[in-house]
Structures are given as C-alpha cells and as structure tokens.
Design a protein around this ligand. Structure first.
Ligand code: NAD
Length: 270
C-alpha cells in the first residue's frame, strides 16, 4: 500500500480504518483484526468515539506488531476548552495501552486551541506522538497555529469527498506542506445515490465504493473509510489494481457542490 510522507519524514499509510461509531469491545476489536488481515496498517480513532479501550485491546491481541501500525487519536473539544490536553492525552494513551500514538490531532478548532497546540508540541518533543496535527481547522486557524507554534502541523483531517473538496482549506494545507486526510471519504454512504459511480465501477469491474475511494487516492489525500463489516473492510482496501482515467477523474471532480454530510467547522455547537 502507498505511504504518504509527512513534513517531518514520518510515513503515513494512505488508507486507514475509521472507527467512529464502531462499538467499544467486540465490534471494534473484530473490525481492526479484519482490517489488519486485509493489509491495513492505519487506524483512526478519537477519545470522543469512546472505543479507545477496544482499539487498544485489538492492537494488543493482533498478530501485527504495534510498531507496524499507524495509530491516530484526537483531543476532544471539552478537553481543549478546559485546558487539559496533556491530561486527556495521558488518558487516551492509557486506554490505548501504548506509550505513543503515531498522530495526535486537535479534533475541532474550539476556544483555547492555541494553548492546546503548544501542549501537542510538548507531547511531540516528549515522543508521545510521532506527528501532530489538526482536524476541521479552517485557513485562518491553520495560519494562527503556525504563527504561535514552532512545529508545522503534519496533517489536517477534514470532511472531503466528491461533493466537498474544500479548496480554500486544501490550498493553505498545500502551501505549508500539511497533508490532508479525508473524513467521510464514502460520503457516509450517500455515494449510493450517485449513478456516475456505478457506471464507472461497471467499466472497471469494481464496486461504486471502490471508485469513490480510488478517486481520493488519485487526488493524493489520505482516506479513512469506516466499516465494521468484514467484506466491506476488505473491499475498501482493494484500490490498487485499477486506475481512473483523466476523463473519469474529471467527471467525478465535476460533482463538487460544497455539500456537507457532517458539521460545518465554521458553525458548530459542540
Ligand atoms: P464514511 O464516509 O467512511 O462512510 C461510512 C459508511 O459507509 C458506513 O457506515 C457504511 O454504512 C458505508 N460503507 C462503508 N464501506 C462500504 C462499502 N464498501 N459499500 C457500501 N457501503 C459502505 O463515513 P464516516 O464514518 O463518517 O468517516 C470515516 C471516518 O472518518 C470515521 O470513522 C472517523 O474515523 C473519521 N471522521 C472524523 C471526523 C472528524 O471530525 N475528524 C468526522 C467524521 C468522521
């Protein structure tokens, strides 16, 4: 599988398993074990997903070594607001049963994100995170972090799929060498309502989901599709035996309509 090099030299697998809404315990443990069997080496969780214990258990009991797995978690908004990023990270590491995460993100740009960013820098210097970054940060907030900090964020994780590519955000990321990770890369399942994906899929002998994800791969973003179903987990990883033509990429690019399936980072209330 392809790796993307972050701005500090760390290699990040281009496909990861998203585990938002995967239940703690058996459900998330099984999903991660199936993913590792299929070849995934990257898991995306967050403290607010309330499944870090299961993620930790899955990694502990996996046949793949911890060092081979790229693990991301995120500091939740209430912890950022309460200025307890350091404590929240320790709690996450305990639940995950690991001494470090590969990537640590601020989940949303809430009040006191500047101070939280400096805490992430400390965690990075201490080796508790191999890379640090942002999620749902808009251009002006990215610039603010760069202005006050001494480490350039490695990643910004944002909603990104054929209906929403957030060019204003991705341009700022590109300018600073910040890699974009696409959340909801399968449009939270809404790709099924768009016949173009089925048409292109038929031409390649692939599935519509694989076409949507392959589009993300060819746009050079990192993708973290979510599923707890063994067949789909495997399907979502089988993206490197076909290629979309320039024309097919353009047809999918033309679907952009600024449509969000998740909350708007410029207007949210949690
Ligand atoms: P997604 O776009 O990955 O869609 C997931 C849904 O698509 C599943 O519930 C399933 O119903 C369906 N699906 C998956 N594989 C399929 C297949 N092969 N065929 C048909 N249907 C399929 O949505 P998501 O969970 O919102 O996003 C993925 C991950 O992104 C999350 O699990 C989480 O890790 C991350 N995320 C981050 C943020 C953030 O604020 N940073 C927000 C949302 C999600």
């Amino acid at each position: 599988m392809k790796q993307i090099e972050l701005n500090n030299g760390v290699q990040m697998p281009q496909i990861g398993l998203g585990v938002w809404q995967a239940k703690d315990g058996q459900e998330v443990v099984r999903a991660i074990h199936w993913a590792l069997e299929s070849g995934y080496r990257h898991i995306d969780t967050a403290s607010i997903y309330k499944n870090e214990e299961g993620v930790g258990q899955a990694i502990q009991t996996a046949l793949v070594d911890r060092e081979q797995i790229f693990l991301t978690t995120k500091i939740w908004n209430n912890d950022i607001r309460a200025r307890r990023t350091k404590e929240a990270l320790k709690e996450s590491l305990d639940r995950l049963q690991t001494s470090y995460v590969d990537l640590l993100l601020l989940h949303w740009p809430v009040d006191h994100f500047e101070e939280a960013w400096l805490a992430l820098e400390e965690a990075y210097q201490a080796g508790q995170a191999k890379a640090i970054g942002l999620s749902n940060f808009m251009p002006e907030q990215i610039e603010k972090v760069i202005e006050i900090g001494s480490v350039i964020p490695a990643v910004n994780q944002i909603e990104y799929h054929p209906y929403l590519t957030q060019a204003d955000v991705t341009q700022v990321c590109e300018k600073h060498g910040i890699v974009v990770t696409a959340w909801s890369p399968l449009m939270q399942g809404h790709f099924k309502n768009e016949s173009l994906f089925a048409d292109i899929a038929a031409a390649h002998g692939k599935t519509p989901a694989q076409v949507v994800l392959r589009w993300g791969i060819q746009r050079d973003v990192i993708i973290i599709p979510k599923s707890t179903n063994q067949g789909r987990i495997q399907e979502n990883f089988e993206l490197f035996d076909f290629e979309l033509s320039t024309e097919e990429m353009q047809q999918i690019n033309d679907l952009e309509r600024g449509r969000r399936f998740g909350p708007d980072p410029r207007n949210f209330d949690f």
